[in-house]
Design a protein around this ligand. Structure first.
Ligand code: SAH
Length: 237
């Protein structure tokens, strides 16, 4: 009887130890990431901070690298592509000055993490991915995680998504040496577009474009290193 009780106690302790804490460890890592790498580096937008503290980023990467999901660098997501560094996700999101009622277009779905961050902040998110494997995987992820305000399209994002245009904001998470003209066309008056602009793969200039009475104001934000946009934008490179 005593042996049985001992085994029972041990089993209960073991279960308590293995089941709950994994989530707690990620939560702790997430809080540290936001405090140190996001807030600590100057991001002040409350909604962005709250959102990044909430979203389980480890579920947007493969299991073998989950323990690195909250580190401040990009990680591989397959097909030679990467999930962006958390600080850059925060910076791009904050720079767009989003409102709850906004409709946002993303080019370069990748893992789906940036789209999820947007979906917590705005009403509707449309995201385009040129690699079928990644588009399908992200779509499945959104479904499993319960996102109803994200639509995914497998296509070349250079041409935007006419059916749902115009957009309040557009975010391009792959680099190009020019802003695709169809995207400027699909931006609302006073709409904001953010893109890593540059012709080398090593670094680009994160640039904010604001549409004002038909004119485009450009503001350089900082240096970044994104994977290049392929398809139409990559032609002639
Ligand atoms: N936003 C992503 C990271 C993007 S990595 C995330 O949160 O994980 C860049 C992505 O852009 C890659 O998945 C790549 O396949 C995609 N891409 C490259 N060129 C593209 C194009 N022309 N149209 C749409 N997606 C493109």
């Amino acid at each position: 009887m005593r042996l049985f009780l001992n085994i029972l106690t041990l089993t209960v302790i073991l279960i308590l130890h293995t089941a709950a804490p994994a989530e707690d460890i990620y939560k702790q890592k997430r809080q540290n990431m936001v405090a140190k790498d996001i807030k600590g580096r100057g991001i002040g937008d409350k909604k962005v901070l709250e959102t990044m503290e909430k979203i389980p980023r480890h579920l947007y990467v493969d299991e073998y690298i989950r323990d690195r999901a909250y580190a401040d660098y990009p990680l591989p997501i397959g097909e030679g592509q990467t999930i962006s560094q958390p600080y850059v996700v925060a910076l791009m999101t904050e720079t767009l000055r989003l409102k709850q009622s906004d409709k946002v277009l993303e080019i370069g779905t990748g893992s789906g993490y940036q789209a999820a961050v947007l979906a917590e902040i705005v009403k509707d998110v449309y995201t385009i991915e040129i690699r079928k494997g990644l588009a399908d995987k992200a779509e499945k992820r959104f479904k499993e995680l319960g996102y109803k305000n994200i639509k995914v399209k497998y296509a070349d994002g250079y041409f935007g998504w006419k059916e749902y245009a115009p957009f309040d904001a557009i975010i391009i998470t792959a680099s190009a040496n020019h802003i695709p003209p169809p995207l400027i066309k699909q931006l609302k008056q006073d709409g904001r577009l953010i893109i890593p602009l540059g012709s080398t793969v090593y670094y680009q200039t994160l640039t904010l474009a604001t549409k004002r009475k038909g004119e485009i104001d450009l503001e350089q934000i900082t240096s970044v290193a994104f994977v290049p946009m392929v398809g139409e934008a990559g032609k002639g490179n």
